[in-house]
Design a protein around this ligand. Structure first.
Ligand SMILES: [Zn+2]
Length: 386
């Protein structure tokens, strides 16, 4: 019998499926149900899978047979729990024997990539300095980094996931990413054709929200993950599903105007207007705001940025009745007076039933969160594990 390490194969909660299975897709849908069960619950018998998915024993045995043949699932032993009758064979998803290539294009200076197991553990890393490249040059660097990672994989690669800044459509087309000079770039199709692997691309803030939900401990009923980096953006999961919006731009709160000219001089923003949340809250903006100040003044400057963040978030928290807001970015800037002032402001401005129970904290996944989210894109896009 195959021996496979399955120690860490129990992972997270399931995202609510957002597409309905059509009759012709039943087999694909059922296959996803089996994989999702094994991914989230861990090693199980065929009877366990049948019980939890509602599929018949025959259908489950058939699907498991196919998955074993494909190398996605393995028989890992028998359950000897003292029950009368034939011991049940246990099957498991080969979460440590298969890998995903993940790339994070969020940073303005360096493209980061890694090979991850299906449970989100990093196996190897690689980087490419962006060195001011944009447009076609930047795309070549992305391709080059993906090639290096694919070549270094020592296990079968399930797919390639990319977290990109900008507005990304469901087919992996970068509709616009102004900082990279990309407009209507079919990034997923282009890389898939050139690299011979399935490619899934999504907005970086959305991938962070997916990672905190799948691998972290974010509340599935309603969480907003706010990414604070060179820019400011958010990914939102409500009722177990990512909120996308009409233009795939849900969560773009970085360009909501928050600075009142009567309080402080609004600064120009990359979007062409002035006083956007991003001009106050991005990492460069926070560093400028606190540069050269003593501790007390620096704390006051961070708290004033936190109040503006709270003003921008209060209507969002109210409209969606969110349970949690997670901040993803440098803890030394975010986790202190800024976070406290933001939470206080949200509570002042929302109904007690919503604001009083709200949690506002730092994300649990640290700096690899975008890479982990890119891996989730592959799990859901490639294997149907959501
Ligand atoms: Zn702006």
């Amino acid at each position: 019998m195959a021996t496979v390490t399955t120690g860490s194969s129990r992972v997270g909660r399931a995202l609510r499926p957002t597409t309905k299975a059509l009759p012709g897709h039943t087999r694909v849908h059922n296959r996803s149900l089996v994989l999702a069960h094994l991914f989230h619950v861990g090693p199980s018998s065929r009877a366990d899978i049948a019980r939890s998915t509602g599929l018949t024993r025959v259908t489950v045995s058939d699907l498991v047979g196919d998955l074993v043949a494909e190398g996605l699932v393995a028989e890992v032993g028998v359950r000897t729990d003292g029950r009368v009758g034939k011991p049940a064979t246990i099957v498991a998803m080969r979460t440590d024997d298969l890998v995903v290539v993940a790339v994070d294009l969020t940073d303005d200076e360096v493209l980061r990539g890694a090979i991850l197991t299906l449970v989100g553990d990093v196996v190897t890393r690689a980087e490419r300095p962006l060195a001011g490249s944009t447009g076609e040059d930047a795309l070549d660097l992305v391709e080059d980094l993906c090639r290096e990672l694919l070549a270094s994989a020592d296990r079968p690669v399930v797919g390639l996931g990319i977290a990109s800044p900008g507005v990304i459509d469901p087919d992996g087309v970068v509709v616009q990413a102004p900082n990279r000079g990309w407009y209507q770039v079919p990034l997923a199709a282009r890389l898939s054709a050139r690299l011979g692997v399935s490619v899934h691309v999504a907005n970086d803030a959305n991938t962070r929200a997916l990672a905190e939900f799948t691998y972290g401990d974010a509340a599935g009923q309603g969480v907003l993950v706010l990414t604070v980096g060179a820019g400011v953006g958010a990914g939102i999961v409500v009722d177990g599903a990512l909120v996308r919006g009409r233009h795939q731009a849900a969560g773009e709160i970085g360009h909501v105007t928050v600075v009142d000219p009567r309080d402080e001089q609004p600064l120009p923003c990359a979007c062409g207007r002035t006083g956007c949340l991003e001009t106050v809250l991005s990492v460069p903006a926070l560093r400028r705001r606190t540069a050269g100040l003593d501790r007390e003044s620096s704390d006051a400057a961070l708290a004033s940025a936190g109040r503006l963040l709270g003003m921008a978030l209060a209507p969002v928290v109210s409209a969606l009745d969110l349970a949690e807001v997670l901040l993803s970015g440098p803890p030394e800037l975010l986790d202190g007076p800024l976070r406290e002032a933001a939470l206080e402001t949200i509570r002042e401005r929302t109904m007690p039933v919503i604001g009083s129970g709200l949690s506002l904290r730092l994300g649990s996944l640290g700096e690899d969160v975008a890479l982990a989210g890119a891996a989730v894109l592959v799990l859901s896009g490639q294997l149907g594990v959501t």
